[in-house]
Design a protein around this ligand. Structure first.
Ligand code: DAH
Length: 340
């Protein structure tokens, strides 16, 4: 028996030494200590040993078992460390290596301008209303005091869909839709896309406008001027001045064209303001009595002002962009210059 045990001890040692990884080691371990393993078989065979020899035989088999368990555990630990070291070596990170370049997007200049305008005006208490882009002639023109065949229609080269429907040429249509649904006081902003059959360096067939409308008792042109002063300071610089020039729009009376002092040269005159010191930025005026009446608002009780501006135009002024078409070509080299 002793020789048998000794031989088994030698073959276990050889088996352990030959195991190159934990899987092989496990196979060896099962060969001796598994359910059908050789040491397990020895233990089971105790039944057949003569009772007087049992204590003696049991002792040496148990010694072998404990020895084997420890030998496997020790080798297991060594192999585990070796595998870990190999893994660490193969997964080693060179922190001095240049990082992979990740392309990040940027916000479109028109979106930047839109967000800034919304921030400024909602901060002053304006609500936001977005009307439909496919609009009725009534909302885009007639209710704004531009009847069929009125010469003012020529100011906006319109895409008609049918006699009654068109692609809105101005967000002023939002004024009517808001006033039809809400009694004054009204303080609303209407941003969105508009369309005109027009295309050159400063005109695009699709562009963005933002309309503002304030209607309440006792609103005057002075309120409009005060609001625009504040807008100009926040959108451009704290030095920016506002100038109102008489103009004509069918839906306002009186109407004004609003110029801002050139923020590039501070009003001295430069290439951007074509030497005048002023840049025309938006149209505005006191809401025409007829427009209020068309919406069921009594012009003897309420007055209001409205203004409308082109977002691309604001972006061109703010960022010094010379051609509106650049904004719609989707050239990332152009677009990624505008980071928040
Ligand atoms: N809708 C005008 C345009 O597209 C801009 C405008 C002018 C809007 C005067 C107004 C306004 O609300 O009062 O040219």
């Amino acid at each position: 028996m002793k020789e048998k045990i000794e031989a088994m001890r030698v073959s276990i040692e050889e088996g352990i030494a030959a195991a190159e990884n934990r899987k092989e080691l496990f196979e060896q371990k099962m060969k001796y200590l598994g359910k059908t393993g050789e040491i397990t078989a020895l233990l089971k065979g105790m039944r057949d040993v003569a009772p007087e020899e049992r204590p003696q035989v049991g002792k040496i088999i148990n010694e072998l078992r404990f020895w084997a368990e420890e030998a496997f555990a020790a080798r297991e630990e060594v192999l585990k460390q070796q595998e870990l070291s190999a893994k660490y070596a193969s997964e080693k990170i060179d922190v001095t290596m240049p990082a992979k370049f990740v392309e990040t997007g940027s916000v479109h200049p028109v979106t930047l301008v839109r967000q800034e305008l919304l921030n400024i005006f909602t901060g002053m208490g304006f609500d936001v209303y977005e009307g439909p882009e496919i609009e009725k002639d009534y909302y885009n023109f007639q209710a704004l005091n531009i009847p069929a065949d009125h010469p003012a229609r020529d100011m906006q080269d319109t895409f008609f869909i049918s006699g009654e429907f068109l692609l809105r040429s101005q967000t002023s249509s939002g004024q009517i839709r808001v006033m039809e649904n809400k009694k004054p006081p009204i303080k609303v902003l209407s941003p969105g896309r508009v369309y005109r059959s027009d295309s050159d360096a400063t005109h695009s067939p699709m562009f963005h406008q933002m309309e503002g409308l304030v209607v309440d008792k006792g609103i005057t042109l002075n309120d409009l001027k005060g609001l625009l002063d504040e807008f100009a300071r926040r959108m451009f610089t704290s030095e920016t001045k506002v100038r109102l020039r008489p103009s004509y729009f069918p839906f306002t009376e009186p109407s004004v064209e609003v110029d801002l002092s050139c923020s590039n040269c501070g009003g001295k005159g430069c290439r951007i303001c074509k030497g005048t010191g002023w840049i025309e930025v938006l149209g505005a005026g006191m809401v025409n009595r007829k427009v209020l009446e068309n919406c069921g608002v009594d012009p003897d009780v309420y007055t209001g002002f409205a203004f409308g501006m082109g977002l691309e135009r604001i972006a061109m002024i703010k960022y010094g962009i010379s051609d509106i078409r650049l904004m719609f070509e989707n050239d990332v080299r152009f677009l990624k210059q505008f980071k928040d």
